[in-house]
Every structure is written in C-alpha cells, then in structure tokens.
Design a protein around this ligand. Sequence first.
Ligand code: ADP
Length: 477
Amino acid sequence: MARSLKILFATSEARPLVKTGGLADVSGALPAALREIGVDCRLLLPGYHPVLAGVKNLEPALNLTNLPGFGPVRLLHGEMPDSGVPVYVVDYPFHYQRPGGPYQDVNGADYPDNAWRFALLSRVAALLTCPLSPLMDWRPDLLHCHDWQTGLAPAYLHFVGCGTPTVMTIHNLAYQGIFPPELVSQLGLPLESFAVEGVEYYGNLSFLKAGVYYADWISTVSPTYALEIQHAPLGMGMQGLLASRTNTLSGILNGIDTADWNPPADLHLPCEYSARGMGGKKHCKRALQEDLNLEDNPQAPLFGMISRLTHQKGVDWVLQVADGIVDQGGQLAFLGQGEATVEQGVRDLAGRHPGKVAAVVGYDEGLSHRIEAGSDLFLMPSRFEPCGLNQMYSQRYGTVPIVHGVGGLKDTVEDEVTGFVFGEPSAHGLWTAVERALAAFADKPHWRRMMLAGMTQDFSWEVSAKEYAALYRKLVG
Ligand code: ADP
C-alpha cells in the first residue's frame, strides 16, 4: 500500500473551536475529509482559550526553547472534539490567552501585537515542517497554509533552505496582514527579503504577500475566482504577483456540510423531503409563508435570499427588481443583516408589499434552513463571490438559484440546467435572469427536472479533498 501523505494544516481558526469566517468551516471539515481518503492531515492551531478548553486528550508534545524573539513555547497535542483529527496547539498564553476574539479585543480593535502572534504561528509551522523538525515521530511531507495569519511560514522555510513544499490558500484576499517595515528583521526575516521580489508590499510588510511569493503553490476557493484575482479590481493590489504565478495558481471549490444541510434529515424543517419524495417541500413552503406572514399561495413563485446585507452581495440589484417580481405574482423572503442603509431598504420594501415581501433582519440559523427549503428560487447576485455556500445549499434543497456568473457561483451553477446565471453586472442583468426563471417555473415538468438536477449534484467535501490530495501528490512528487 502507498505510504500515506503527511500534511500539516496550519490555520488560525477551525470550527467548532473558533470561528470568525469561512476559513473556520474549511479548517473544520477539510482535514477530516482528507483523512477519510487516507491523507494523514493534522492541524496546527494557536492556543486560544476555546482551543485549550475544546481539544480532546490534550497533552504536552514538546518544549520549543529557541524561537528568536519568543520565550519558551509549549507544543501540545490532542484531537478535534468532533472529528478526532489530530491537532497540534501552540501554547503561548502571553499571545493567545485573551478575552476577545482571535484577532480583536472585546471592543473590536485589532490586537496591537498581531504581527507577533501570527509570526509565532508561522514560525512553529515552519519549524515542524523542516527536515530538522523537533517532532521525532511525525514529519510532514507538505505544509498547507491559510490566509495571511500563516503567510510568513513559506518565507521562513525558504530562508532556512528547507525544501519541503508549501501550499498557500487564499480564502479572503481582502485581509493581507500588513505591518510596518521595521518588523521585517524583528520577526526574523533577512533584510534582503524586504523587496518587490519578497515580502515588501507598497512600502510595508505583508504576511499574505510573503505566502503568495514564497509558497510553491497558491490556491483559492474556486477556479473562476483563481482567474479573477489575477486582474484588477478583484486582485486587490496583488493581481500583478498573482498573474506572474499563473502556472502555480489554481482554484478548488469548498464543499458544504452535507450532514447539516440535508433535507431528508434536517431538524430545522417542519417536514423532511428528498429527491425521491418531494411532497414535503410543498409543506415547507406553506409553513414558511405562514411563519413570515406571506399570503398562503402554493402557486406564487417564492424567492428566498439569505445574505450579509453588503454591497458585495448585490442586494441593491434585488431591491431594484423586487417590484417587478411582485408584479409578476412572486413573493420574496429576505434574511440578513449588515449595512444599516441596506437593512432599511429591505425593511422598506417589505413595508410596501405586505403579504408579498417579508424581511427578517438578524442572524437566524434555523430560519436560514427553512428559507432554503420553503423557497422555489434563491437569489444570489453577488458582485464577486470567492466560493459562496448558499447557492450550493439551494440546489441540495431543490431551490433553483439565480446567480451572477462570477467566482464560485459560475463554477457551481449551470445556466438553464441547475439554475440561472446572468453576466451583465446590473439590476437589468439580474432581471433578465428572473424573467427566464419565471418562464421556466411556469413549465412544471421542466421545473421539476431543474430541481432534481440541483438536488443530485455532489457538493460534498470528499470531492474537494480528492482535488487537494492530487495537488499535494503533485507537489510532493
Ligand atoms: P459569505 O461567507 O460571503 O457571507 P457564503 O454564502 O459563503 O457568504 O456563506 C454565508 C453563510 O452564512 C451561509 O451559511 C449563510 O446561510 C449564512 N448566513 C448569512 N447571513 C445569515 C443570516 N442572517 N442568518 C443565518 N445565516 C446566515
């Protein structure tokens, strides 16, 4: 049998221990999916309070006494509470045990020593990956880094001349880990690294740029987004470097949690259903209409939208086409929170159309499942979308998505087969797709085929894990 690949997965958050965004979902799910297919993937996490409290069977593994700029650091070892994935924890209370979140204090201000906090995580990741790793019994074949918090690790590995391959995955290009240039030498990087061909980024040090520059491979969370970030504006200033690395840059779609988002066994729903027995979906629609004070009308096409209410998500385009949807006999169910003006716009729309438009401003996980199940169509006209989850949930729930053809939306929805994809970035573009969708909705056999086409898609993590495993194998050789 082939020797299993050993992967160190260095990340600053992982569900269910600590989460601020999609990175935590990926870090919680992907290592477990990789282990399922025989890859020996282990996590490396900072020892925040919830990590120390939540990791199972935590015990000391090593004492690291010679990390320049830091006192003695303890490395602990245990298992993730849900999946049992092995996890190494960097125990350094001075940097990690604080009230507040992983990056910000209780008042929402960034910790002033974030550069040090995540340089330490990157240092330990690099140290454990080197051939001279102090971990005697487990030596990774490859280091997989995520976002700016682990971006310095490929640079550290480069400068100790260690040839272990590295992958840098970008989950959010908007956060680039930018710090003053004087930190370069304080954090143990050679001064010559502060250059365009190095960690320098518009006069500052960028952790993400370091990772993108020194990693052997760069990945992001969908193939289309991997192309889009090689150009302005989605490259957010890094498009030149990303384009220069086009032959070592790829996109791998995130999976979804198919146990949590599973219409035959979803405890949030009033009634279960599946591709083989769709009757329950009608019941879910009726219950949703009742719950949200929408008219009890099984024939009305019900459009759902669950979203952060921000400019990115194209809610303004939805507000512009909403009157037209209502004129055509449609209904809308919104769930979201975000920018105050957008929240108000959604509330005003609902006020103008009682019984036809419902707006719930807030965060409600149960309701998000009930909207996915009870709607006929789902609106996701994001201006840009690195991967996106709701369009995948929708398909699994037989709720046909209408999406802007960008990023992960383009890669997961097939126009006129599993959903409707529009190209023109405007309310008019969205409206043309809504019109096509309403025509299709009126043709019941055709609509049913579209619902089933979506419900039988495989968006499981297993698919993504196989792609990551293939990438690791290519790099390890
Ligand atoms: P993003 O990560 O950009 O917000 P995604 O579609 O990738 O967008 O993921 C958003 C996740 O958050 C989905 O699981 C979605 O259902 C959930 N979500 C967003 N807003 C709300 C809300 N107001 N209430 C419940 N769930 C929400």
